[in-house]
Design a protein around this ligand. Structure first.
Ligand code: NDP
Ligand code: 8X3
Length: 260
């Protein structure tokens, strides 16, 4: 097992959902955490709870991953105490709307492409060179079943997650010969704020996505992320594809009722 105690873990999108759950999972393993998201006010209670429950050393950073300059400046500003990032969890991401590819607005197109693809690459570009220099580290990308299958209304989002899958595969080759690891955890339906964001705050519409079914929880995903990170250093988990039992393919979801 790779001992995660005192390792420095940088998690993007830690203010909600899967990223927030990853913070608790790594905190439970004794890691030190750099937590980033745009909404500082949503990071603060996460930090407070981590400190109360695990006495975790945390650095909360308000960061928009689409801002390349801000990403590089943030990473440069990490002092000796925080600079040697051991694990990068590239989690920040979103779907916006359910339009056809040809009707997707420029706002939605940019929002998805800039965050899910370029934001992930900005973070990778800012942090991986240090890992290469130290000849250790681990990048864990949060992909999706949308990186393998396309569904109606999801063309652009799925394209971004297909890109994440390609980046995950290519980054491992880019790092060939180093001891830096690269993994992708690719979940299906997970109940988070994902659909609330997709439907621009329409809670009723978002709730319907998870109605009468038993989706994955963000903690389920975080457990897999932690498992990847905790493998012995010579083991690289390339990818994990995971879905709720109630989901058998992108749009094949059993809605016969919620189990307790
Ligand atoms: P949430 O909406 O609950 O969380 C998304 C997180 O990303 C938030 O913390 C948000 O913080 C952050 N974020 C969004 N944009 C930016 C940005 N520009 N810069 C920095 N942080 C940003 O959704 P999930 O937890 O579900 O999503 C996390 C990842 O999991 C995404 O990559 C998503 O594609 C993927 N995924 C989700 C699935 C699902 O069904 N929920 C299934 C498969 C994959 P803030 O708004 O404060 O910046
Ligand atoms: C997020 C889940 O169902 O939109 O990746 O592909 S889904």
């Amino acid at each position: 097992m790779y001992n995660l105690a005192n390792r420095i873990v940088f998690i993007t999108g830690a203010s909600s959902g899967i990223g927030r759950s990853c913070a608790f999972a790594f905190a439970g393993a004794g890691a030190r955490l750099i937590l980033a998201a745009r909404r500082a006010e949503r990071l603060q209670p996460v930090v407070q709870e981590l400190q109360d429950r695990f006495s975790t050393e945390c650095l909360a950073i308000s960061l928009d991953v689409t801002n390349r300059e801000a990403v590089f400046a943030t990473v440069r500003s990490l002092n000796n105490e925080w600079g040697d990032v051991d694990i990068l969890v590239n989690n920040a991401g979103k779907a916006l709307g359910l339009s056809t590819s040809y009707e997707t607005s420029i706002e939605h197109l940019d929002g998805m492409m800039e965050t899910n693809v370029k934001g992930l690459l900005h973070m990778t570009g800012a942090i991986v060179p240090g890992m290469v220099e130290r000849d250790r580290g681990h990048v864990i990308n949060i992909g999706s079943t949308a990186g393998r299958w396309v569904y109606p209304g999801g063309t652009v989002y799925c394209a971004t997650k297909h890109a994440v899958r390609a980046i995950n595969e290519g980054l491992k080759m880019d790092l060939h010969g180093t001891q830096v690891r690269v993994s992708s955890v690719d979940p299906g339906l997970v109940e988070t704020e994902f659909s609330l964001v997709r439907f621009d705050g329409d809670a009723e519409r978002a709730d319907k996505v998870y109605a009468d079914t038993n989706p994955l929880t963000p903690d389920d995903v975080a457990e897999s992320v932690l498992w990847c990170a905790a493998r012995p250093p010579h083991v690289n988990i390339s990818e994990i594809l995971m879905m709720a039992v109630d989901q058998s393919h992108a749009t094949m979801i059993n809605r016969s009722g919620r189990k307790a």
